[in-house]
Design a protein around this ligand. Sequence first.
Ligand SMILES: Cc1cc2nc3c(=O)[nH]c(=O)nc-3n(C[C@H](O)[C@H](O)[C@H](O)COP(=O)(O)OP(=O)(O)OC[C@H]3O[C@@H](n4cnc5c(N)ncnc54)[C@H](O)[C@@H]3O)c2cc1C
Length: 437
Amino acid sequence: MKIVVLGASHGGFETVEELLATYDDLEIKWFEKNDLAAVIGWDKETTIHKIKELEDRQVEIFNKTEVIKVNAKEHKVEAVDRNGNKISESYDKLILSPGAKPNMLPVSGNDLKNIQTLGGREDMDMIREKAQDPTIENVVVVGAGYIGVGAVQILGMAHKNITLIDVSELPLSTYLDSEFTHKIMSEFVDKGVHLAMHNFVQNFVGNDQNEVTSVVTDKAEYPADLVVVAAGSHPNTEWLNGVVDMTERGLIKTDKYLHTSNPDIFAIGDVTEVFYNPGQNDMNISLASNARLQASYVVRNLKDDCYSINGVQGTSAWMAFDYKFAATGLNETTAKRLDVAIDSAFIEVDVPRDHTQISHILFKVVFDPKTRAILGAQIMSKDNLNDNINAISIAIQAKLTIDQLAYGDFFFEPGLKSQRSIFNLVGLKAIEKGTSN
Ligand SMILES: Cc1cc2nc3c(=O)[nH]c(=O)nc-3n(C[C@H](O)[C@H](O)[C@H](O)COP(=O)(O)OP(=O)(O)OC[C@H]3O[C@@H](n4cnc5c(N)ncnc54)[C@H](O)[C@@H]3O)c2cc1C
């Protein structure tokens, strides 16, 4: 069977790895329009070794080669490499993971030099390089979501003078509730980051050399030698119009086995929607973990429709300077957006980490006030306790209640002060809240 895989990032990479681990009768053609090794993050030595291994397993790599057309009727893709050479390959099954492109703000001056969007590993590496550039002093980051905050982190460590702009009132507001984001705001201020929340960018200003010099918002003008725009993304699918069915936003529609409207074409990753268990709805959640999970299902469903994909909780983890945090499922912002009634319980506790150290932890659980089913959670600490969120993710998937959480069985180590885990504690607080309503 001949398989064409498009894309070498999380979705495409996981697909090829799992195809090779699962089948030994495939001929695989793997297309990546950028440099495959850079996309995956292989160093020189690993690249040589991996390419040889892939070739030995009948994987032909079309590096720096863009697929420009899918002829679904003839089961063929057409591609063009960086030298303009045209390539045509047939397939029995085509697996698409073309990802998303970062949005640029549609304002004047957006074509000035030193305005950079963040779309993946290579862009992040570029930010790391710029962080070491002594000619760059003032940096404006537009967008206070995970990606913008990631850029602030890198540039802040390099002691740049940073302004973080967002239209919302609080940074990270789609991931964390205000109990957490207020602390993160203080952390930013302590680390010298200037917060320009509730600011709308109007335009970028440049000098004679066409280099950006400032960002103008409805509230102020901020000096900038570098602007990082992290204002969402859009699916990389315009070129697939008419080939597979898509939503209005250009997301590829898939069924529960991840077939597109054409049964021989699968789609995964940032160009698709996933079933979101906490909201019981389909939505686009751009996470590597989702792309990789979908890849596993495509591989298992390659020859027959055997496994319908489980929903996800959108579980993610990140950091803002000293704080490490993780979230899963609904929070107050996303519940409101999806019109889901929720209640919540929040604890801020000191818990012994070992015999000498104590972790200060913020933990919140979100639940359905009627059924008491757990619908979401957030955790934050200066110690890395993010792994705990995975337990809540599974609890949501298994439809566990706050009562089961409160009286769940969690290990206790002798010598430590508290006999109750943070799960018991937040569950008990939730019961208290749930009973008093
Ligand atoms: C800065 C940053 C940090 C992130 N951190 C995390 C994290 O910590 N955890 C997490 O879960 N998620 C994270 N994400 C999100 C995660 O990176 C994406 O969800 C994931 O990369 C999606 O994988 P994908 O395969 O769908 O698409 P992409 O990663 O976008 O890859 C698509 C690939 O397809 C190639 N391609 C596109 N069109 C064509 C074509 N026509 N022909 C050939 N090749 C083509 C592209 O060059 C690209 O390499 C982060 C994202 C960013 C931007």
